[in-house]
Design a protein around this ligand. Structure first.
Ligand code: ATP
Length: 674
């Protein structure tokens, strides 16, 4: 009920209509959220705060939402803070006049740098009172820090953080923060530091903020007319915002449009368009072809080869169409071949990969038919051996540099395998069926062997034919098949969703749990014997998207060659931290601690024999009561194309575990021969 009431009180004394949103007001809301785990309550707190912003300072709605999301800009802007623990400790020390040794000692005892910052501020005397922080000011300050690069930028960053922290908690510095009682309370310093670390630790998932934003707008609009919004209107508002956001994930575009035209008219001004990458549709794993047949029973589906490369989303606008797509001008690059057309290659995380794939952009025009004037293409960039005329494994592709690649220096060639078409000549295609999208895709391009090809497919329901396709895909160096709904509205493109309408069947699905698992390396063990110079084993964690914690799931010491161990050691020794992050969920038993802890940065793909319950690990403990763990995990490869938050989720691990249990039960009682 709290969510649908409009609020008219001002929660913070210095916040007047038209004046900037005080950062302290946002932190008060954060600290309320921190005290609950109930999603509805969290949504209500957010929504009420956003209503206040709409009523008093609507111009600050965008930075407020961004600070709630721990984001400074859309992903494609490529703005990342990337600030390590040591820099933050230095800034806390300098801004509060405490020595680095004392800060480090506090960190060892308290374990949360946010709380260390809060404590440091509460101990600090103040000669004069700086101006209180505002939401806009903090957002701007952090953005400037993120953009600092090059020689001397580390010192500049410390100074800039120091400056923000010096103005933090101006109104509450006299209070001593009791960090054991109230989690540090609404301390501004605490939330600034947590923002810098990349985790506010509020359990504030993006979908919660989107729901809260929709509720706030609908409720506020109704209250202006003296009305209370109905549940139906709230639901419609949420659905409208979610759909628009999934097709155009840019608060920078959506929020101003929503303020101008209202939430229910958003879809007219905010549409999928070249220049704003959308999050790709993802697939669910399966363990057998019969599972696929059960799922798609009676429906037409298609089996595409599953290429083993890097997901790529290519955007293009021809010169004559540029005026129609303002985002394209800002976010796409000049296409070197056409001299006038705009194009870019985006990753699965919406990062701009154009500097990694200049060869794709240079050749793009030779694949586009003359009548194709704008598009968004979903495809896989795969390493290609031009002599043998076949695809190469993913590892080959990962040896390619990520930035500033010059076409003449490229040794690993790529071939683009196109499998979906999201926008074509001014029209979004996501609501069309896959059959229709595929037809348009084949219409729009001219394939060139070894450069641009359509994903190979077969449309059949026959189990033997599917098995043959699977075998052929493996012979063609693919990972297996992607089986997709072909007709009906279920075959529409679902951005950012791991959907049951796309199933992946990997060649080795019969062994293990049906899929490999992508995990974040959080700890390391010093090697023994031959491995003494490097880490010899590691602790891995999955990602809990609800709590935003990394939950330990196994130790791993198998599958590493000596050269990879050396490479990993070089990478990891730069991100050693003194103690586990407060958002790591791990056993507290001394014997279960790794020798060193790492920042959450790298994702590795591993295989496992099966999943089991274990008191030593924490994966999915909230849901199952005990941690789930991987048995006989084996390292496969680094997944540098994934961020820690893209790691396999605890939810997915639970799904795999339960599926395996069903299979185990079904097999129980069968003889050994079975
Ligand atoms: P996920 O993308 O599911 O998180 P992942 O990146 O580890 O997991 P896989 O599970 O191996 O990848 O499979 C999905 C990926 O397969 C897609 O994201 C895409 O990059 C790739 N892919 C290759 N061929 C196709 C195809 N024909 N259709 C869709 N995706 C394909």
């Amino acid at each position: 009920q709290a969510t649908i009431q409009s609020t008219t009180q001002t929660p913070y004394p210095d916040w007047k209509a038209g004046s900037p949103v005080p950062y302290a007001a946002l932190c008060t809301t954060f600290s309320l959220i921190e005290l609950t785990t109930k999603r509805l309550q969290i949504t209500a707190y957010c929504s009420q705060f956003l209503q206040q912003v709409l009523r008093l300072t609507p111009d600050d709605l965008l930075p407020t939402v961004q600070l709630m999301l721990n984001k400074l800009a859309a992903d494609y802007a490529g703005i990342e803070l990337g600030i390590g623990e040591s820099l933050i400790m230095k800034a806390i020390g300098e801004s509060s006049g405490r020595s680095l040794a004392v800060i480090k000692d506090d960190h060892r005892k308290i374990g949360d740098l946010g709380l260390v910052a809060a404590k440091s501020k509460s101990k600090q005397g103040q000669m004069f009172k700086p101006k209180p922080l505002t939401v806009k000011g903090v957002h701007q300050g952090l953005l400037e820090i993120a953009k600092m690069e090059g020689h001397g930028s580390q010192d500049q960053k410390v100074k800039a953080i120091n400056k923000i922290l010096a103005s933090a908690d101006v109104s509450s510095t006299s209070k001593t923060v009791d960090i054991t009682k109230d989690k540090g309370g609404p301390s501004e310093a605490k939330f600034i530091v947590r923002f810098l670390e990349g985790k506010l630790r509020l359990g504030l998932a993006e979908r919660t903020v989107i729901v809260a934003l929709a509720q706030a707008v609908v409720t506020y609009e109704a209250s202006k007319k003296g009305k209370v919004s109905s549940t139906d209107q709230l639901a419609k508002g949420e659905a409208a915002l979610k759909t628009v956001y999934s097709e155009l994930p840019s608060y920078e575009v959506i929020i101003p449009a929503m303020l101008e035209y209202g939430i229910f008219n958003l879809h007219e001004s905010c549409k999928l368009q070249p220049g704003v990458p959308l999050k790709p549709m993802l697939a669910k794993p399966t363990k057998s072809i019969s599972e696929v047949l059960d799922r798609f029973e009676g429906k037409d589906f298609t089996c595409e080869y599953k290429y083993d490369g890097e997901r790529a989303q290519i955007h293009y606008v021809a010169p004559e169409e540029q005026s129609k797509f303002p985002a394209a001008k800002d976010n796409l690059n000049k296409n070197p071949m056409s001299t006038k057309g705009l194009a870019a290659v985006f990753s699965r995380n919406s990062e701009d990969l154009s500097k990694k794939y200049p060869d794709i952009l240079e050749k793009l025009n030779t694949w586009i038919k003359p009548e194709t004037t704008s598009f968004v293409l979903d495809c896989e960039a795969v390493a290609w051996d031009p002599k043998a005329e076949k695809v190469l494994p993913f590892q080959q592709l990962m040896t390619r540099k990520r930035k500033d690649v010059k076409t003449q220096d490229i040794t690993v060639k790529v071939c683009v395998f196109a499998f979906d078409f999201l926008f074509y000549n001014g029209e979004a295609l996501v609501n069309k069926t896959l059959r229709e999208r595929r037809e348009l895709l084949h219409e729009a391009f001219t394939p060139v062997k070894g450069e641009f090809q359509f994903a190979q497919y077969g449309d059949t329901r026959d189990i033997e034919e599917i098995q043959t396709l699977l075998d052929e895909s493996v012979k063609a160096s693919c990972e297996g098949l992607m089986v997709k709904m072909l007709d009906t509205e279920e075959s529409g493109y679902e951005p950012s969703k791991r959907s049951r309408n796309w199933l992946k069947v990997k060649k080795d699905y019969l062994s293990g749990v049906g899929d490999s698992i992508d995990l974040v390396v959080v700890g390391g063990y010093y090697g023994k014997g031959k491995r003494t110079n490097w880490y010899g084993a590691f602790m891995l964690a999955c990602y809990n998207s609800k709590t935003q914690n990394f939950e330990t799931v196994c130790n791993i010491g198998t599958g590493f060659s000596e050269s990879i161990l050396e490479e990993l050691h070089d990478q990891l020794q730069d991100i050693v931290i003194e103690r586990p992050k407060p958002f790591y969920s791990h056993s507290s038993v001394t014997a279960h601690q790794p020798d060193v802890w790492f920042e959450p940065k790298y994702v590795w793909e591993v295989k496992t024999a099966d999943l089991t319950l274990s008191p030593r690990y924490r994966a999915a403990i909230d849901e199952i009561g005990q941690g789930i763990s991987l048995r006989f995990p084996r390292f496969i490869q680094r997944r540098d194309d994934k961020k820690p938050e893209d790691a396999t989720t605890s939810g997915a691990i639970v799904e795999m575990y339960k599926k395996q249990e069903v299979v185990n039960k079904a097999n129980a009682g069968k003889g050994v021969d079975d």
